[in-house]
Design a protein around this ligand. Sequence first.
Ligand SMILES: NC(=O)c1ccc[n+]([C@@H]2O[C@H](COP(=O)([O-])OP(=O)(O)OC[C@H]3O[C@@H](n4cnc5c(N)ncnc54)[C@H](O)[C@@H]3O)[C@@H](O)[C@H]2O)c1
Length: 252
Amino acid sequence: MNIFGSFDQHVAVVTGAASGIGAASMTLFRQAGATVVGLDLRPGPDIIACDVSDPAAVDAALTEVVDRHGRLDIVHGNAGINIPGRAHSLSDQDYRKVMGVCCDANFYLVRSAVGHMRSNGGVFVFTTSMCGVGATPRSPVYNMAKHALIGLTRSVAVDYGYQGIRAVALVTGPTHTAMVDDLWPEGVLRQSLVDSTATGRLSTPEEQARVAVFAALPGSAYMNGGVVMVDGGATAGWNEMAGRMLTLTAPA
Ligand SMILES: NC(=O)c1ccc[n+]([C@@H]2O[C@H](COP(=O)([O-])OP(=O)(O)OC[C@H]3O[C@@H](n4cnc5c(N)ncnc54)[C@H](O)[C@@H]3O)[C@@H](O)[C@H]2O)c1
């Protein structure tokens, strides 16, 4: 017996679908029975070219999805970028770019999608980050945007829950994708990312996508407005210190 259930005629949109967690999410939503359309700067099979930081482009893409498939049930707001630097070193353009993709885009998705969802209900799953509950050094705008996304998740729950539209935020931990390879290539910083977890490794994109699918399944309808940790225990404690203590002291 499949206690988790599956999608039935549900149509899902995944942003940032050309790479990493979004690509895995496309695959797993499809495997769970949904019709899936991606939105990304980089188009591809089943991926519409769309800059999600552009409100008109988001409106047009969601209308295209509904024209093509007749309905919209699930939005996985997942696209994200980071431009590292402390606040004094970041330009207006850097600020707008990161806020545009990580924060504004998800507001535009909600604003456009709820109109399409209203009669059927629906669900938003947002890929936030450990940076949504704490601050990663040298990422002030990313940290702000990911915190804000948790605020949007809670707002959707409060404003639309009674209409059967809900939202869940995933606190994604360090995951082996192009983003991490670009920002933290092999070396001490990469290792410290691993050491920040209690699990002692990076997540796979599939481990993140699986939780997105679980949160979106009709059987998970009572998950609404919540923040789900998918971070290998990274926010659970002082893991780097714990790791050193384990190597410096005799095992109990
Ligand atoms: N990888 C990690 O360790 C990690 C940790 C926490 C949170 N996250 C979050 O997970 C999400 C997915 O990241 P990933 O690690 O898979 O990165 P990734 O770089 O592999 O994928 C990001 C995708 O977003 C797309 N994208 C960027 N700007 C866009 C725009 N303006 N419009 C449409 N698409 C755009 C890119 O083309 C790319 O396909 C992001 O929101 C990221 O912040 C990642």
